[in-house]
Design a protein around this ligand. Structure first.
Ligand SMILES: C[S@@+](CC[C@H](N)C(=O)[O-])C[C@H]1O[C@@H](n2cnc3c(N)ncnc32)[C@H](O)[C@@H]1O
Length: 287
């Protein structure tokens, strides 16, 4: 039987983001992998983005702890705040935000200097700008397509839900560590550590035609160094990536195995394969 396709809306929402290229659809497979460990490991997501896999793993007892590593400061600041004593303040700002076009544009045009204000601005941009894309040039409010009226903007922002998610994350703050920094440096620094489970989801930028540069402010990666750092890790690691000849060559070059799981793209809704890369992929079961 072919592997089933899982959809984002089949899983509870733990992340304050609706992240472009997010891996909520992969949670089923991530749980299958984490269930193959003798006991719930400490998951490390070095390209954290919206972090939905790590959050789901911790909240469902599949991981004892999660470390989220993110280079983009506007994303990292959200993680820092939600797991800090300033989470309540951020939740309140979201709860009381009247998501009109004017208010959203004013927040997006602002330059807050404190962490709570910066985190709030990121959340507003992620919810209300085109496709949730956080590249600096994307400041267009999503009043297009099926979202045309002011009520649609409020629905998109969903203030009570933003506040609920932030408050829930705060309750689990002891089980999360946030690192604002470079993924590859973190892989190299923790190379010999045992007890970790590395979930590696880089920006899709191995091929020039990849979506990475359109979706993320930070997308330039030294892929040879990344794959070689992954191959040297002492703890188990998996990576997800576009199914492309470049990525297959990088995997082979680092001595890593590959398998495939089906997914449906957000943009075109077509079913295609995503690569799962790792030293040991037996946990995936038969294709
Ligand atoms: C494909 S997204 C991760 C999506 C995430 N797995 C999710 O489910 O939402 C890749 C992320 O890596 C971040 N990033 C890019 N270069 C990085 C680097 N060198 N170190 C850490 N994070 C980086 C981007 O800002 C982006 O948030």
């Amino acid at each position: 039987m072919p592997r089933p396709v899982y959809f984002t809306n089949q899983f509870p929402v733990y992340s304050p983001f609706q992240y472009p290229g997010g891996k909520t659809w992969f949670i089923h497979w991530a749980f299958k992998w984490l269930d193959s460990f003798a006991s719930p490991p400490h998951i490390v997501e070095p390209f954290a983005g919206g972090g939905s896999t790590s959050l789901a793993a911790v909240f469902n007892g599949r991981a004892s702890h999660a470390t989220l590593v993110e280079l983009d400061p506007q994303v990292a600041v959200v993680w820092r705040v939600v797991f800090s004593d300033r989470a309540e303040q951020l939740a309140r700002m979201c709860y009381t935000f009247n998501a009109t076009r004017d208010n959203a544009e004013a927040v997006i045009a602002s330059s807050p200097t404190d962490d709570v204000g910066r985190a709030f601005r990121t959340i507003v941009r992620n919810r209300l700008c085109f496709a949730g894309i956080l590249v600096h040039s994307n400041t267009t409010i999503r009043l297009t397509g099926k979202n045309k009226s002011p009520a649609d903007l409020r629905k998109l922002f969903n203030a009570p839900e933003r506040a609920r998610i932030i408050k829930t994350l705060y309750t689990a703050r002891d089980r999360f560590t946030v690192v604002e920094g470079d993924a590859i440096a973190e892989l190299e620094r923790r190379r010999d550590e045992k007890g970790l489970a590395w979930f590696i989801d880089p920006p899709y930028s191995a091929d020039k035609s990849g979506a990475g540069s359109k979706l993320y402010e930070y997308h330039a990666i030294d892929h040879a160094r990344l794959f070689s750092a992954m191959a040297r890790l002492r703890s188990p690691a998996i990576m997800t990536y576009d199914d492309s000849p470049t990525v297959l060559a990088l995997s082979a070059g680092a001595g890593l195995g590959v398998d495939r799981v089906p997914m449906r793209t957000a943009a075109t809704k077509e079913i295609k394969n995503e690569l799962v890369i790792g030293r040991d992929l037996r946990w995936l079961g038969p294709a």
